[in-house]
Design a protein around this ligand. Structure first.
Ligand code: ACO
Length: 325
């Protein structure tokens, strides 16, 4: 089996900023409530003509440049998203066409906020077995299109953006373990009920606002703390490591209170946890990808560091990966 690691990272955040003060003018909320309950101060919004693939392409290009890989040599593209450009074709195919990555096999992964960890795991499998030499994995979301801007319970939480990584064989370090899980019995806690084959889009589904994200936040919160803690422990156990060996945790950025509750259970000091929720909110599959990219670019991750990615989302699905940088 080949040793597989991340050899390039990139991110793209749309320019438009929506602050908590802006939201105060849209729904009955306050900067104080949003900040103390979630840790979010602002989020980015895609322009009207920006779809997920537009964000994904920009992040993907940056990751390819960082890895010094010509798109023509790319063998696999996986886009993790819950806001694809269309039901089909896959967003990965749009990315491939724009990059001119003619050789690459393309598909999307639907694993909500754990999508980037799922994509990384899939890419690692292909490359470690020698099926493909490299992969571009991208988490990209335009969550503003599935957000109900009249629902204060959810509209303050989400943002748009994309993060990408090039995965390839490495001589040292690389992925040490990966742990994924799913529980479909709790699907009703977090979903978009309308617009699919169960409740196709009609005037009625639109009037009932079923094409927007619905979440039982409080229930999801409790499960998220438990599952992210367990996933971290399991991935570390498989890598034969302790929490104290981890240099930096990149958690999914859904709520600072979820992250800090998990950190407490794992006995992890705050300085070993990467946070950017304040700037971007929850960007679902793109959250861990953007955070990883920022952590690398700002020197928070250095060669030889042990990095733990840990994510959780609708499905329910979850995943954690340990990587030696
Ligand atoms: N502004 C002001 N008040 C609000 C707002 C708001 N934006 N939203 C809710 N409230 C009110 C509620 O109406 C409620 O009022 P009430 O007590 O009078 O009924 C009160 O605040 C408390 O509401 P809760 O829902 O209990 O608040 P909680 O502390 O649980 O925070 C939150 C809500 C932030 C949604 C939290 O539950 C959370 O982060 N959940 C997890 C989200 C998550 O991890 N999602 C998974 C990934 S997303 C994905 O997969 C796409």
């Amino acid at each position: 089996m080949r040793r597989v690691g991340i050899v390039g990272v990139g991110e793209y955040l749309p320019k438009k900023v929506l602050t908590n003060a802006d939201l105060e003018k849209m729904v009955q909320t306050s900067d104080e409530w949003i900040t103390t309950r979630t840790g979010i101060k602002q989020r980015r919004l895609a322009a009207k003509d920006e779809a997920s693939s537009d964000l994904a392409i920009k992040a993907g290009r940056r990751a390819l440049e960082d890895a010094r890989l010509n798109p023509k040599d790319l063998e696999l593209i996986i886009v993790a998203t819950i806001t694809p450009d269309m039901h089909f074709p896959s967003t990965a195919c749009f990315v491939q066409a724009n990059l001119g990555a003619k050789k690459a096999v393309c598909f999307d992964v639907s694993a909500a906020c754990a999508g980037f960890v799922y994509a990384l795991t899939i890419a690692q499998q292909f490359i470690s077995r020698g099926v493909y030499k490299n992969a571009l994995i991208i988490g990209a979301e335009v969550l503003s299109t599935i957000t109900d801007w009249e629902d204060r319970n959810t509209c303050v939480l989400f943002g748009d953006g994309a993060g990408a990584a090039v995965v390839a064989e490495v001589k040292s370090g690389g992925g040490l373990s990966t742990y994924l899980g799913s529980d479909g019995t709790k699907a009703d806690l977090l979903m978009i009920p309308g617009g699919g084959s169960r409740n196709p889009s009609t005037h009625e589904t639109i009037n009932k606002r079923l094409h927007y994200l619905k979440m039982q936040g409080n229930e999801v919160f409790k499960i998220a703390v438990k599952i992210m803690t367990e996933a971290a422990r399991e991935a570390l156990k498989q890598a034969d490591l302790e929490c104290s060996d981890v240099d930096l945790v990149i958690p999914h950025q859904a709520n600072i209170r979820i992250i800090m509750a998990m950190a407490k259970k794992l006995d992890l000091p705050p300085e070993r946890i990467y946070l950017n929720i304040e700037k971007y909110g929850n960007v679902s599959s793109a959250s861990t990808a953007i955070a990883l990219c920022e952590a690398v670019k700002t020197g928070r991750i250095k060669k030889g560091d042990i990095v733990l990615l840990d994510a959780f989302g609708s499905g329910l699905v979850w995943g954690a990966c340990v990587i030696k940088w």
